[in-house]
Design a protein. Structure first.
Length: 200
């Protein structure tokens, strides 16, 4: 589950599908071109990296963005709101009912929504369980009769806790050993200075 088709009625005039993921980056999760020069460069550069230790996106969005730079390529690129209306940092919102209307509004002119599978995996989302009832994703899955592919449905409170835990891990609020050390050392120092003030 990585890309959700949400409309087949929005007119699309471009010959190619080279969508902007954000203001400056091109993503290839949804991609079409018959530009053989571009395809050859993509293939060649990817083949050169086989067997190397790659960072995420090096043969995908980072490579596409590097190969399609500048103003001359801007007309070829599809608007972000058509294929990537919800940013990777907000993708969790498709899973929570309280953000359904916000997601619907962002997707008014969209053909697809990229669900950023790599983020869902890191989130800890179980793919055989449907998102909570009332969420943007649940309603779109229900509309295309896809709920039967799931073994169960996430309870809303469980989904909220999964997302909160993920966001705590991202912003450093999780109680890992590093977080504890960052809190304990300054606290011990303050306590020591309080009870053993420096003699003048």
């Amino acid at each position: 589950m990585d890309v959700l088709l949400i409309s087949d009625s929005i007119p699309f005039q471009n010959h190619e599908i080279l969508p902007l993921e954000d203001e400056s980056g091109v993503n290839g999760a949804i991609f079409y071109t018959d530009d053989t020069t571009l395809l050859k460069r993509l293939t060649d550069e990817t083949m050169q990296r086989i067997g190397k230790n790659l960072k995420w996106g090096e043969t995908g969005p980072l490579l596409l963005t590097r190969l399609l730079p500048g103003k001359e390529n801007r007309p070829r690129l599809s608007r972000q709101d058509m294929f990537y209306p919800i940013s990777h940092s907000d993708i969790y919102k498709v899973l929570l009912p309280e953000f359904r209307d916000e997601c619907s509004e962002k997707c008014m002119n969209a053909i697809t929504v990229h669900l950023f599978n790599n983020i869902l995996v890191r989130l800890g989302y179980w793919k055989d369980v449907a998102p909570p009832m009332g969420s943007f994703l649940y309603e779109h899955l229900a509309a295309c009769n896809a709920l039967g592919y799931f073994a169960a449905t996430y309870p809303e409170d469980v989904m909220r806790h999964v997302i909160e835990n993920f966001r705590f891990r991202l912003n450093g609020k999780a109680l890992g050993i590093k977080s504890i050390i960052k809190e304990v050392i300054p606290s011990v120092g303050r306590t020591y200075r309080t009870y053993y003030p420096k003699q003048v």
